[in-house]
Design a protein around this ligand. Sequence first.
Ligand code: DNO
Length: 356
Amino acid sequence: MKMVFRWYGAGNDTVTLEQIKQIPGVEGIVWALHDVPAGEEWPLDRILEVQKTAHPYGFHIDVVESVNVHEDIKLGLPTRDKYIENYKRTIEKLAQVGVKVICYNFMPVFDWTRTNLFEKLEDGSTALFFEKAKIDNMDPFELVDQIASNPDLTMPGWEPERLKHLPQLFQAYRNVTEENLWSNLKYFLEQIIPVAELHDIKMAIHPDDPPWSVFGLPRIITNKENLRRLLKLVDSPSNALTLCSGSLGSNPKNNISEMVREFADRIAFAHIRNVRVYENGDFIETSHRSSDGSLDISEIVKAYHDIGFTGYVRPDHGRHIWNEKCRPGYGLYDRALGIMYLWGNWDALERSKKDA
Ligand code: DNO
């Protein structure tokens, strides 16, 4: 596995490249031009800037997370074609700097959703928390108000610019069913996968987080059957997966290590983290250690080891520990601990293979 670390960019992240350099075994940063609105073509000079920033540290920039998909594409509006063209141009430019994997998602309106970004765990640290009943009974505008009035709360897909259009967006999605979303995804993939193939890039879709419908919006990248269906929409190695253990794992019916084994050759990017799921459907993110959450991370790492995984791996959200002030889920300390846990598991497996 090739270890990478998500970095939001100079001035946009509390973590520095110097710090990342000192985490054992990190080869590259996972990056994006976070200020370019979804649907716009990424400027080459900005892409080159990232490369120039990363290279002195010996980091590659092979993995982009994410090139976001414009809502018109997900909605299947006639205007989608121009945004798809822009998407293709962005793929071509990313190819010019050697990008290998582009992560994206197909969640309507919102990206990951939580009810509290700083919920206390027993050890005094805080972590991202999802209270199911609260979301089920909530008017999404309420949550938007909470977010808008608290500048410390940032969630992807909840940018102020986007939130302004929320009423229209909800209106637009009113008649979009899951089947419509599938066919809009197929349309998109049929256009972009040939471009990705040409440049040897893997388009790695990220599962929905949480993997079920929120606020009545359709969500489809949620379980094994749907991942199978996705891979068949366009049957190409470039139509690939970001297998996120924590996103899929918040539904206890999803067996992550089984998915790793089944989709082995189509997983381009692995997000590994743990999550503790409660009986009422709530969940909280924990340390990566198996015994701290509901997922057996050791078993998941073993599945990757068994398939001889050579793709990219990153630790995912961490807790906020040791009083670190950071982007929710994206501090230095707990993600660095997460990496050491992943390496610990991996190295032990390598060792027993050698000894066998
Ligand atoms: C959350 C991330 C997601 C992910 C996007 C991929 O921290 O896992 O925001 O980057 O869904 O497009």
